[in-house]
Design a protein around this ligand. Sequence first.
Ligand code: ZN
Length: 446
Amino acid sequence: MKSKDYSNQVTSFTPLEPQQMIRVALVEGLKPQYMEGERQRYRRLLKAYVGVDERRIDQLFDIIGMEQSARTGSQKKFLNVLVNEVAYDARTWRPFDYDALRREGVVIDYSGSPSGLVETVLGIDESKVVLARDPVWVYGDYVKHLDWRNKSALNGPDVIIAFAQEKGFDLPESFLRYRRPTEEVYKLLEQHGFTYQEALRIAIKVLKDPRYANRVISALVTKHKNGSELRFHHHDFVEAAELLVYSHRHNKMVTEKVGDKATMYGNRYHGANQYLVPRRTPEPGSTHDTVEIHYLPDFQDPKNGTLEWMNTVVSCDCGNDLNLRNFEERRGRRTYVITTLDTHGGVVVLEIQRRKGINANKNPQNLNPLPTPEFSRFVDMLRYNIIQETEVQDEDRTKTVRTYVPEKGIEILINELAKRADWDFERMYQPGQKIGRFVLRPMYTF
Ligand SMILES: [Zn+2]
C-alpha cells in the first residue's frame, strides 16, 4: 500500500477517490526518471489544475529534478512545503477535464476483458491512470454465491492431476473418471507432500491452461470432505502482510483470547482458538476484530498432518467476513457452509509463525503467502492507478459513476495476472527480502 502519512491510520487504509489518484499521478510525473518532455507536460498540467502561484510549481519541478544529494537543507524543507500544497488532499485542486487528460495521455481509456486490463496496467507506470469502462465485476455476483467456474479449487481435480503429473505418480482410474477424491487419493497426496503452498503453486500453474482463459476467477477455495468450503483471496494475503507490518510498527498487537497456539510450545494445530486483531480503520469502541480458527496445519512440523489445511476453518467477526459467510446452494437447496480466511485471519496466521520463530516465507504450510516487491507493486497499481467507470440510470438521465476498483475487481485482476505465462507462484510470492522493507510504501518521496 501507499500513504503520505502512516501516522494517520484511517487515511492510510482508506482507498483514494478517482480525482485523488489523478492528483497523485500528476505529481509523480515530475520525477527525474521521466523524459524531459514528459516532465514539462506534467508541470504544465499541474499549473492548470492546482490553484497555487505558478512559480511554486516551477520551484517544485526544479527541486524534484535535482540529485537528492545536491539539495541543501532549506531546499529539502521547502520541498516538503511545496509537496503539501499539491498533495491529493490539498484544497488547491481544481476539477479535472477528463477529455483533456485523455488527450495529454495521463488518463488512458480501456474497455474490454479483464486480461486486457491487466495487460494495460503492466504497460504503464505510476504517472498514468487507466479509466476502465464497464468492468465485468460490476455485473454479476463475484463475491458471495459463486459459480464453480468462478473459483480456483486448491484441492480440486485439476490441481490434484497436475500435482501428480509433476511428481510422477499415478492416480486411480476411478478418480480420473469421476474426479472425486477418495481416501486412496488423499493417501497419495499425503505421501507426495501436497502441502498448502504446493497446492497454491500448482493452482497458479493450472490457471495458465487455456481452459481457464475465459473463466473469471474471484476466489481460491479448499473443499472440505463434508462439502463445506474455506475461501482465500490473493488481495487478503497482501493486505494481511501490510496490516501485520503496520500493527507491529504502531504497537497494535494481536492478542490470543482463547488457546495458546501463539506461544512457543502451544497447541500445535487442533482445537479452537480466538484472537483479537487490530482493525485497519478503528472506530471508537471498535478497535479489534475477533478471529476464530480451528484445525490449523502444523507450522512447526509441516510434514505432520500434511493435508490438515484441507480441514482448516477460519472466521472473523468483521463486517466484511460476516458478509462473505454463506450457504452454498446446490440445485436450489442450501447445503454447505462457506467461511473465508480474510485479512485478519491472515494476520493471525502470520503472527503465530512470527511468535514461534518460523520463517513464514519458507514454511510449506503457511496459509498466507507473502508477496514479492514486484507483486506488491502490481497490487498497488490496481488500487491507485485504475478508475472504473460505469453508467447508471438516475431517474430519467444517465450518470457516469467513477470509483476505485473494489476488492472483488482487484481479486479478479490478480487471478488474470496469475493466468499469464510469465507470472508463476515464485514471482508473486516468496520475496527475497523482508516484507517490512517494501509493503508500506511512502507516497510523495522524491
Ligand atoms: Zn476480518
